[in-house]
Design a binder for this molecule. Sequence first.
Ligand code: HEM
Length: 127
Amino acid sequence: MTNVSERSLYERMGGYDTLAAFTDELLQRLTSDPEIGIYWRGHSTDSMKRDRQLIVDFLCEAIGGPVIYRRTDLKTSHQGLRISERDWEVFANHAVAALEKLEVPEQEKQEFLECAASLKDDIVEER
Ligand code: HEM
């Protein structure tokens, strides 16, 4: 009998389909946000598809899924965007809303948000 702690967060969240649906919901929210949507203005549909897939892959790997993210680290890929503390807050609120929309259970939601929070120092440049 497998107990909860032996199952990865990836499995407990519902695997690939949940992570893909989460990423689509999050990106929809981020790109239409009045404050931070500007970061994605000027990106073609094709480059958004590429970024979407990279995010799905990154997240799946980060939470224990059978996916290998082969791009550069997140610090390098966000360097120069000048993402601020406030931008991060807006982003994090959208992430919570997307998890709630997908009805990710409380325990898994908290673990996922902790994982995201651990990446903040690599992404936020402007304090
Ligand atoms: C835990 C939080 C985050 C994760 C896991 C994440 C993940 C990623 C990944 C995997 C990529 C593709 C990287 C590549 O092209 O090599 C990306 C790109 C990008 N991210 Fe994030 N990101 C996070 C937070 C943020 C925040 C807070 C913002 C802005 C408010 C942001 C803005 C962007 C933008 C604008 C791009 C496209 C960069 C480009 O095409 O040059 N990200 N992100």
